[in-house]
Write a protein that binds this ligand. Structure first.
Ligand code: DSN
Length: 421
């Protein structure tokens, strides 16, 4: 198997040693290059970050925190973690940062551990209205260990029902109120949620995983000045390595650190911690701020283009990197739309819409995001084309038509190469 300019000489070594895995790496690279990547939580991280992830930092155990480790030999990784912490605090204006969580779910688990005890009442957005598994779904630890009370969106405008949220907070006196979602295209009013938290004496937790990259790029308002604690992933719009992070007020720093280690995790993945530092430096550049604005502009045009094809953008459009599309007008459900788009080389996901009459396995909607295509350099003209490609894919159950569409998709992506020489 031949190497690729992207993977470099080490790939030839891998090909000889383990051709099975080398073949998968190559196919996945080709898939990401050729197909349209519209999963709202995915992006193309930089080669600099890949270099960090594939480094000797991966070998190092470093339980503890810089200067207070349980192993020797941490001098170099300490420096990387200190840089990551300093960059996170500076970029987001945060008083405290923990850069060790392995993922968004790990970060959220640590937030629960820092502020609550099993059985406590937590108010969080319901999953069918756009929330997240770790915000109280019965199949997640959060729904099993805590008394979760869910709020949702209003049926008339599909925006968070802040009146309901306040009523539920007053009635249930939650220990913590969580805001943040995975399929909510609008901005969240953090000032309003802070006021509700203050009224009932609740900790204000924002799970900013989806939109933190837009905050980093100064394209949307930040929750950091309002929240007690903000958790997020580093690999979505933020475009860093896979992983999680927690920002907090200084007074909560010790509790957060203790909850992450030794509470929830053992050794941090130091290559990922260093990769987070690299990502935060990238996010502080003016080019990234322009990128974040372009992501939103692209998503607004993509949503409008799908509306022009007869579909409906939930909540009337988007103010972020993602759009939730009600496709009932096509008489095709989310599951089938996802499959047809996949066959046409358009990678997106089926998604429940608020008050969805279909089951979560079927759904009446699709979710699209523009983080990855914007990284590729696509702009609003391409978003209009993508809207039309999606509509044509959803409308067709003919394999030949879908294969032809796939050809059109590959022509489009060939003009915006990623990870080329
Ligand atoms: N899986 C992520 C998403 O797609 O939104 C959230 O964890």
């Amino acid at each position: 198997m031949s190497g690729t300019p992207f993977y470099g000489p080490d790939f030839d070594l891998l090909s000889r040693q383990d051709p099975d895995i080398a073949a998968i790496l190559l196919s996945e690279l080709r898939r990401q290059q050729r197909d349209l990547q519209l999963i709202a939580s995915e992006n193309f991280t930089s080669r600099a970050i890949f270099a960090t992830l594939g480094s000797t930092l991966s070998n190092k155990y470093a339980e503890g925190y810089p200067g207070k480790r349980y192993y020797g030999g941490c001098e170099e990784v300490d420096k990387a973690e200190i840089i990551a912490i300093d960059r996170a605090k500076s970029l987001f204006g945060a008083e405290h940062a923990n850069v060790q969580p392995h993922s968004g779910a790990s970060a959220n688990l640590a937030v629960y551990a820092a502020f609550t005890k099993p059985g406590d009442t937590i108010l969080a957005m319901s999953l069918p209205h756009g929330g997240h598994l770790t915000h109280g779904s019965k199949v997640s630890f959060s729904g099993k260990w805590f008394n979760i009370v869910s709020y949702g969106v209003r049926q008339d405008n599909e925006l968070i029902d802040y009146d309901e949220l306040r009523d539920l907070a007053i009635k249930n006196q939650p220990k913590m109120i969580c805001s943040g979602a995975t399929a909510y295209p609008s901005l969240i009013d953090f000032e309003k949620i802070r006021a509700i938290c203050d009224e009932v004496g609740a900790i204000m937790w924002v799970d900013a995983a989806h939109f933190i990259g837009l905050v980093a790029g100064k394209a949307i308002p930040s929750p950091v000045p309002y929240a007690d604690v903000v958790s997020f992933t580093t690999h979505k719009v933020l475009r860093g390595p896979r992983g999680g992070m927690i920002l907090s007020k200084a007074e909560h720093g010790a509790a957060i650190d203790k909850a992450v280690f030794p509470g929830m995790q053992g050794g941090p993945i130091m290559s990922a911690v260093a990769g987070k530092a690299v990502a935060l430096k990238e996010c502080a550049q003016p080019e990234y701020q322009q990128y974040a604005k372009n992501v939103i502009a692209n998503c607004q045009v993509l949503a409008a283009s799908l509306e022009a094809e007869g579909m409906r953008a939930v909540s009337g459009g988007t103010q972020t990197h993602l759009a939730l599309i009600d496709i009932r007008s096509t008489n095709v459900n989310g599951k089938v739309a996802d499959q047809r788009c996949g066959a046409a080389g358009i990678v997106l996901n089926k998604n429940a819409i608020p008050f969805d009459p279909e089951s979560p396995a079927v759904t009446s909607g699709i979710r699209v995001g523009t983080a990855a295509t914007t990284t590729q350099g696509m702009g609003t003209p391409e978003m209009k084309v993508i809207g039309s490609l999606i509509a044509r894919a959803i409308a067709s159950d003919d394999e030949k038509v879908l294969a032809r569409l796939r050809g059109e998709v590959h022509e489009l992506t060939a003009r915006f190469p990623i990870y080329s020489a």
